[in-house]
Design a protein around this ligand. Structure first.
Ligand code: ATP
Ligand code: MG
Ligand code: MG
Length: 358
């Protein structure tokens, strides 16, 4: 097929569309928002609600394959699309990763570790969960959270019931999970691609630093021992195989101080921590994504040079001229009109001068 349908209109779709165009594909974006960074660079845009049956039918008729840069599309919409066109990744992958509870259950069933966690449906349940897992801990909504939204931290000290009531109210009194706080040495992520034919390739781990729950910086190579990097890649590959993945899967992980690798969460799409690959890898995550979804041979994900990616949030983009003046900085702006605080407006990848061993 030659038209790739992308559900979701954000910067991930934009960069995927740029990669697709370079490979000769047409891109058709489906996104409800008035402003769409992806649609601006795509060949066609269906602007409609996620559950608009007529718009979904017309979209399916216009494309050869459907994929996602936004994973919270309703099940019924995906089922309707899947009846008409190949949908990659499959609905089951989205379903499992949309809900932090099913996601962690899936990971643990494979014998892969996560933070300790407990299902929370009300304040009484939260009190019991805190007593079981201990403090400090983090309460998270099961669905729809991103950039640290829908989370409340529970401090080590203080009255448990008062803390539980405050935390449950903070996340909007919705179905949640409580996670024990992991005392990590660092955070890393691995992006794995798998084709319908079963070819798999991993990007090397990126080392991620967050600020206020939002990714600030990703660095390659990650400053972890080779055995940790290998374990992280083994985990990502095992998850991709278990899903029968067709597309990309990003796996966020904690590296504990005693050298264990635990899965934090997964995203079945390109990932912010893989943006470095656009400028510093033989094949970018966006090209790899298009290759996997279009059922083509995968590219070589090898890093060509050391790199650091910094997210530009809100007013950070006011620094764009200074960034352009840096000799080895690659600036990416997403074309969003309003620079709200914490909003991802662009990123910069700073290239090193050599490729060090990871
Ligand atoms: P994203 O934007 O990556 O989708 P999110 O809103 O889904 O983020 P998480 O990845 O669950 O949120 O958490 C954001 C960050 O908060 C993590 O990267 C980590 O730094 C910290 N964090 C989350 N859960 C834990 C935990 N159980 N122990 C320690 N730190 C944690
Ligand atoms: Mg998340
Ligand atoms: Mg995360």
């Amino acid at each position: 097929g030659s038209v790739i349908g992308i559900m979701g209109g954000g910067q991930l779709g934009r960069m995927a569309a740029i990669a697709a165009a370079r490979m000769g594909y047409k891109v058709h974006v489906y996104a409800p928002e008035a402003e769409s960074p992806a649609a601006e660079v795509a060949d066609a845009w269906t602007r409609a609600a996620w559950d608009d049956a007529a718009a979904l039918d017309a979209f399916a008729a216009a494309v050869d394959v459907v994929t996602f840069e936004f994973e919270n599309v309703p099940a019924a919409s995906v089922a309707g699309l899947a009846a008409k066109r190949p949908v990659r990744p499959a609905w089951t992958v989205l379903e499992t990763t949309q809900d932090r509870l099913s996601e962690k259950d899936f990971v643990n069933r494979l014998g892969i570790g996560t933070a300790p966690y407990a299902r929370v449906d009300d304040v009484d349940g939260l009190v019991a969960a805190i007593e079981r897992l201990g403090r400090p801990a983090i309460l998270k909504t099961r669905t729809l959270g991103y950039d640290g939204k829908g989370q409340a931290r529970i401090a080590a000290e203080g009255d448990i019931r008062a803390a539980a009531e405050a935390a449950f109210a903070t996340i909007g009194s919705r179905p949640a999970i409580l996670e024990g706080m992991v005392d990590f040495g660092c955070e890393i992520s691995v992006i794995v691609a798998r084709t319908p034919a079963g070819e798999v390739r991993c990007f090397e781990p990126a080392e991620n630093e967050h600020r206020n729950g939002i990714l600030h910086l990703s660095r390659v190579p990650a400053r972890v021992p080779a055995a940790i990097a290998a374990e992280a890649e083994r985990i990502a590959l095992a998850l991709a195989e278990a899903f029968g993945l067709e597309g990309l899967l990003a796996v966020e992980m904690f590296v504990t101080r005693d050298g264990r690798v635990l899965v934090n969460e997964m995203a079945p799409r390109p990932h912010n921590s893989g943006h470095w690959s656009f400028d510093a890898a033989a094949t970018s995550q966006f090209e790899q994504f298009i290759r996997a979804v279009a059922d083509l041979p995968l590219g070589d994900p090898a890093r060509l040079v050391d790199a650091e990616m910094e997210n530009l949030l809100g007013d950070d983009i006011d620094r764009w001229r200074d960034i352009l003046a840096e000799p080895r900085a690659k600036l990416h702006l997403y074309g969003k009109s309003e620079a709200k605080p914490g909003r991802k407006m662009g990123h910069v990848t700073r290239l090193g001068t050599a490729r060090s061993n990871s």
